[in-house]
Write a protein that binds this ligand. Structure first.
Ligand code: AP5
Length: 215
């Protein structure tokens, strides 16, 4: 199964992708995570991407399309994958169609996560992850069972993203409406676009996604 989780910054794409990965054995392909890894490793792509990411702007298409084109050929993607944060404009969506056709596979669903803009800044500015296993948490909505200890791996080290501040989130939201939301009609025309209520509780959103994928 090949799924796109689609929505603005903080919609819950990463949260739901991690659940789908655990529950369905699909691989989460987050372009944001891949770019952050490239920045941390100071690769050629990472150096080019850093300024754009810090400014809340999209990284150039040639970089992200190249990353995804390579990644979907890997063996662990053969049973299916979840695209989280890609595509982010119509050119990327068209490039994805070409890549999937070359691999002889097709998209099963594009799940649009609808969330009020006002909730997004709170969600993103309260977010943190385990520094060791990358499990996601939130200051008020999703705390570890034991404060300061990761539920998943027991690590006591956590990290926050450089672009998770109110000013950059506002810019990321502007980019979403200017460049990413216009992709929605592209998938609506293909008859594979479905909506879920991203304002619901995490488990409820997961149940809605399950229902969409079962339809
Ligand atoms: P990226 O890493 O993709 O960030 P994003 O799209 O802005 O999305 P986020 O990761 O911020 O949010 P999310 O929807 O995954 O929410 P999450 O589940 O974490 O991109 C970062 C940057 O990389 C971009 O700005 C760009 O520069 C670059 N980039 C990436 N892909 C690119 C591409 N294709 N082209 C060009 N550039 C690209 O949840 C957020 C918080 O809310 C968490 O704390 C979570 O616990 C909480 N939460 C989740 N669900 C719920 C719920 N239902 N109720 C309450 N709280 C919830």
């Amino acid at each position: 199964m090949i799924i796109i989780l689609f929505g603005p910054p903080g919609a819950g794409k990463g949260t739901q992708a991690q659940l789908l990965e655990k529950n369905r054995g699909l691989v989460q392909l987050s372009t944001g995570d891949m770019l952050r890894a490239a920045v941390a490793a100071e690769t050629h792509y990472g150096k080019k991407a850093k300024d754009k990411m810090d400014a809340g702007q999209l990284v150039s298409d040639d970089i992200v399309i190249g990353i995804i084109a390579d990644r979907i050929k890997a063996d662990d993607c053969k049973n299916g994958f979840i695209l989280d944060g890609f595509p982010r404009n119509v050119a990327q969506a068209q490039a994805l169609d070409v890549m999937l056709a070359e691999e002889g596979v097709k998209l099963d669903a594009v799940v649009q996560m609808e969330v009020d803009d006002a909730a997004l800044v709170d969600r993103v500015s309260g977010r943190y992850t385990c520094a060791k296993c990358n499990e996601g948490y939130h200051d008020t909505n999703l705390k570890p069972a034991v404060e300061g200890v990761c539920d998943n791996c027991g690590s006591t080290e956590f990290k926050r993203r450089d672009d998770d501040n109110a000013e950059t989130v506002a810019k990321r939201l502007d980019e979403y409406y200017a460049q990413t939301a216009p992709v929605l009609p592209y998938y609506a025309e293909q008859g594979i676009l479905q909506q879920v209520d991203g304002m619901a509780a995490v488990n409820e959103v997961a149940a809605q996604i399950d229902a969409v994928l079962a339809a």
